[in-house]
Design a protein. Structure first.
Length: 122
């Protein structure tokens, strides 16, 4: 299967696959979400694939903390259906009427999980 190309999720974020040799894929991830820890720039990621199953990881170093996201999913009917898991080390916290400041994230708040569907961009 040729995995190379751009894949866009339902929010407009882009996974670009530039290499798909030897059961591995790699490329860049660019989020479309302005409140994401990954908004600074496109980030490199790497993954392993087996037939129609894949998992890929992207990590970042940002002024507001160091997030990592892991996507796991299946390729079905031309779509990558994925679950994602994010862990962030810090976040910008603000109180009403005060400037925000970067604070380490409590362990129980550091995690979030959801699902995305990526479709190949023609």
């Amino acid at each position: 299967m040729d995995w190379k190309g751009e894949w866009r999720n339902q929010y407009g974020s882009i996974v670009e696959i530039t290499d798909d040799a030897r059961n591995r894929i790699s490329g860049t991830f660019t989020t479309a979400l302005p409140d994401s820890g990954f908004t600074v720039k496109p980030f490199r990621w790497w993954a392993s694939i087996r037939a129609t199953a894949s998992d890929f990881v992207c990590e970042a170093e940002t002024p507001a903390g160091d997030p990592v996201v892991s996507y796991t999913g299946l390729l079905r009917d031309g779509k990558m259906e994925t679950l994602w898991f994010v862990c962030v080390d810090a976040a910008i916290r603000a109180e009403v009427g005060k400037s925000g400041k970067i604070e380490k994230t409590d362990w129980w708040r550091a995690m979030s999980i959801s699902a995305d569907t990526f479709e190949r961009v023609p």
